[in-house]
Design a protein around this ligand. Structure first.
Ligand SMILES: [Zn+2]
Length: 579
C-alpha cells in the first residue's frame, strides 16, 4: 500500500523557510508527479503556492517541471523529494514562519502525489525547543497523521508558545490556541466562544468531530477567518476587542467560521469537495455557503443572548442600507456573483461597486428573507434551520456533496414552491421587498431622519458627490466613482488625486468636513492631479437623504407575527414599558 511521509524542519525560523522532505512509498510509476495546490479551499482565488517553492531536488532521480505547480520525477516505487517553502505571509490562506511561531496552511506547504491523494500520510513536525503544536489533525507528540491528502490540508497547524484554553461541550473538547495577545478579558472571551459553540450545536443537533480547534492569531497583518473540518484559523487585530461594537465583530467572526463546519465543510454542492486543487471549481451556490453562514453569524449570538433582538435589528438595518447603497446590486445576481467569484469578488477593481454586489452581503439578507418566508408559510413550524438540518442529514453527515439543484429542491420540500423567490432574489436583481418578509415577524424597516450631532442644524438632505476615497500618503485619492453620481457626471475618475476644493488646499482628512459644509446644488471646483497633470473640474453636488435605517417592532403584533419573532430570535416578544 502506498504511503506518504513528510518531515518538516524549520531550523532557522528567521529565514521564513520550511524545509520539507517528502518520502513516498509505492508510487505506481514509471514517473511520479508532485503537485502543490494553486488555491486553498474556502478562499476562491488562485494563489499559485508553487511560487514560494525553491531548491526542489529528488536525490539521484532526474526531474523536470511540467507546469507551474507540477514537478515530474522520472521514477516510481519509493521516491523521495525535498524542497523549501518560503512562508512569509501571515493570512488565514497562507503560511508563516518567524522566530515567534509557525503557521502552516497545508495547501501552501504540502505537495501531493498525483494519483495518491487517498494514501495515508504522516507529518513529522520538527519544531524549535519550547514550542508546542495545535491542530485539528490526530497527533502523537510531534507526529501528525491524516487518512488522506484532503484531510491533511484541511487542518492548519500552529506551532509556537501560544496560550491554550480548553472547554467541553457535550463531552467534546474545544481548544482555543491563542497566538499573541489582545485587549480582551480572556475568561469572558472563552465563555462567549463557548456560548456560540453551544448554540450552533443546538441548531444543527449533531457534533461531527472528536475535537475542535480554534487557532487565533492576534495580528495587525490581516484579518478574517478560514473554515476547516474540525478547526478554524482566525485573525484579529490585537487592539480591536474594544469597544463593544468591535468585540461583537470578533464574536461574529467566531460564529461564522464555526458554523462553516457544517455549512460548506459538510453541507456543500459536489464541486466543493473532494477538490481539484489545480484549477478553479465552479458553483452558483456560494451565496448559500457564505451568505447563510453570515446570516447565522449574526443571528446565533442573538439566540445565545450575547446581544439583544434590538441590537440584531440594528445590525440588519445597517446591512440593508449598505446593500441598497451599492449600484452593482442591480447588475449582478447572487448566482452570477457566486459563479464568478474567481474573477470578481476576490479581485475587486475601481468598477466593482457599479457592477457587482457581494454574495456575503446579499446572501445574508436573502437568507433572512428565506427563513422568514418559510416560517410564514408553515406558521413557524419550519424554518431555515430545517433546511440546513435536512441537507446535513442527507448529504453532509454521509460525507457527500449534493447536485447544484438539490438546494432549491430541499427548500421547497420544507416550504413549497419557491420559483418566484429564486427567480427574483437569487437569479434576478429585483428590489427586495424587505417589509414583506420582516412583516411576517411583526417588524418593519423604516428610514428615520438622522439626529443632528451637537450644535449641528437638522438637515433633510446632505450634499452628495458620489465617490469612494483613500487617504494613503495624506493625499485624497478617488478610489471609485458611483455610476450616475455628481462626480461621475462631472468626469471625476478613480485614481484622481484631489488637492483643492474651490481653490483652497485640501488635506485628505478634511474632505468629509469640507463636503459637509456644502449644500445640495452647490457648485464645487475640484482641483486634481490626473496622471501627473493638473486640472480643474466643476461638480454640481447632489443630495443624499440624511436618514438612518432602522428595524422596529410593531406596536400590536398578531399572534402569528409574535410566534415567528420568538421562534426566529429565541426571545420573548417584549413590549417596551412606558417610563
Ligand atoms: Zn465564510
Amino acid at each position: 500500500m502506498s504511503q506518504v511521509r513528510y518531515t518538516v524542519t524549520m531550523d532557522d525560523p528567521n529565514s521564513h523557510l520550511f524545509h520539507v522532505k517528502m518520502e513516498v512509498r509505492g508510487a505506481p510509476g514509471p514517473s511520479t508527479d508532485f503537485v502543490l495546490p494553486a488555491w486553498t479551499p474556502g478562499s476562491y482565488k488562485l494563489r499559485d503556492f508553487a511560487k514560494n517553492v525553491q531548491d526542489f531536488s529528488a536525490g539521484r532521480q532526474t526531474w523536470r517541471k511540467v507546469d507551474k505547480s507540477r514537478w515530474r520525477v522520472s521514477a516510481g516505487g519509493d521516491v523521495t523529494v525535498e524542497y523549501d517553502v518560503w512562508a512569509f505571509e501571515l493570512s488565514v490562506q497562507t503560511s508563516h514562519l518567524d522566530a515567534d511561531h509557525a503557521f502552516i496552511n497545508g495547501a501552501s506547504v504540502f505537495m501531493y502525489v498525483d494519483g495518491l491523494k487517498d494514501a495515508p500520510l504522516t507529518v513529522d513536525l520538527r519544531i524549535p525547543k519550547g514550542w508546542k503544536i495545535a491542530t485539528g489533525l490526530d497527533r502523537r507528540g510531534r507526529l501528525l497523521s491524516a487518512p488522506n491528502y484532503d484531510l491533511l490540508v484541511d487542518c492548519p497547524i500552529e506551532a509556537g508558545t501560544f496560550t491554550l484554553r480548553t472547554f467541553k461541550v457535550r463531552g467534546v473538547p474545544h481548544h482555543l490556541a491563542i497566538h499573541g495577545e489582545g485587549n480582551y478579558d480572556e475568561d469572558r472571551m472563552v465563555g462567549d466562544v463557548r456560548k456560540i459553540v453551544e448554540t450552533e450545536i443546538q441548531i444543527l443537533r449533531h457534533v461531527p468531530y472528536d475535537h475542535y480547534t480554534f487557532l487565533l492569531h492576534n495580528t495587525t497583518e490581516r484579518g478574517g477567518g478560514l473554515e476547516h473540518l474540525n478547526s478554524t484559523a482566525l485573525q484579529y487585530p490585537p487592539g480591536s476587542y474594544k469597544p463593544r461594537e468591535k468585540y461583537e465583530n470578533f464574536l461574529e467572526l467566531v460564529a461564522h467560521e464555526f458554523f462553516h463546519l457544517w455549512n460548506v465543510k459538510r453541507i456543500h454542492p459536489d464541486m466543493l469537495g473532494p477538490f481539484d486543487y489545480e484549477r478553479e471549481v465552479y458553483t452558483t451556490l456560494l451565496w448559500v455557503m457564505e451568505g447563510f453562514t453570515s446570516y447565522y453569524d449574526t443571528l446565533v449570538p442573538c439566540r445565545a443572548k450575547l446581544w439583544t433582538p434590538e441590537k440584531y435589528f440594528k445590525k440588519m438595518a445597517d446591512r440593508i442600507q449598505k446593500f441598497e447603497d451599492k449600484p452593482g446590486r442591480k447588475r449582478q445576481s447572487l448566482s452570477e456573483s457566486s459563479f464568478d467569484t474567481w474573477i470578481k469578488l476576490y479581485q475587486p477593481n475601481e468598477n466593482s461597486q457599479n457592477c457587482q454586489m457581494s454574495y456575503y452581503e446579499k446572501g445574508e439578507l436573502v437568507g433572512m428573507c428565506l427563513d422568514l418566508e418559510i416560517r410564514h408559510r408553515t406558521a413557524n413550524a419550519r424554518s431555515l434551520d430545517d433546511v440546513m438540518r435536512l441537507l446535513y442529514g442527507e448529504y453532509g453527515k454521509q460525507g457527500k456533496g449534493f447536485p447544484e439543484g438539490e438546494f432549491k429542491k430541499t427548500c421547497e420540500r420544507v416550504a413549497g414552491n419557491l420559483d418566484r423567490f429564486f427567480a427574483d432574489l437569487v437569479d434576478g436583481t429585483v428590489e427586495v421587498p424587505w417589509n414583506k418578509y420582516l412583516g411576517y415577524a411583526g417588524a418593519k424597516l423604516e428610514r428615520e431622519p438622522k439626529r443632528p450631532e451637537d450644535g449641528e442644524p437638522a438637515r433633510k438632505a446632505k450634499a452628495w458627490i458620489g465617490i469612494g476615497t483613500s487617504k494613503a500618503g495624506g493625499v485624497l485619492t478617488v478610489a471609485n466613482v458611483v455610476e450616475g453620481s455628481p462626480a461621475w457626471k462631472a468626469g471625476l475618475s478613480a485614481k484622481d488625486e484631489v488637492i483643492a476644493l474651490d481653490g483652497a488646499k485640501l488635506s485628505a482628512d478634511d474632505f468629509e468636513k469640507r463636503l459637509d459644509d456644502c449644500d445640495p446644488g452647490d457648485k464645487l471646483r475640484v482641483t486634481l492631479f490626473r496622471s501627473g497633470y493638473l486640472r480643474d473640474l466643476e461638480v454640481t453636488l447632489g443630495a443624499k437623504e440624511n436618514v438612518t435605517w432602522v428595524i422596529r417592532k410593531a406596536k400590536s403584533p398578531t399572534p402569528a407575527q409574535k410566534r415567528i419573532y420568538e421562534g426566529w430570535l429565541w426571545s420573548k416578544w417584549e413590549t417596551k414599558k412606558k417610563s
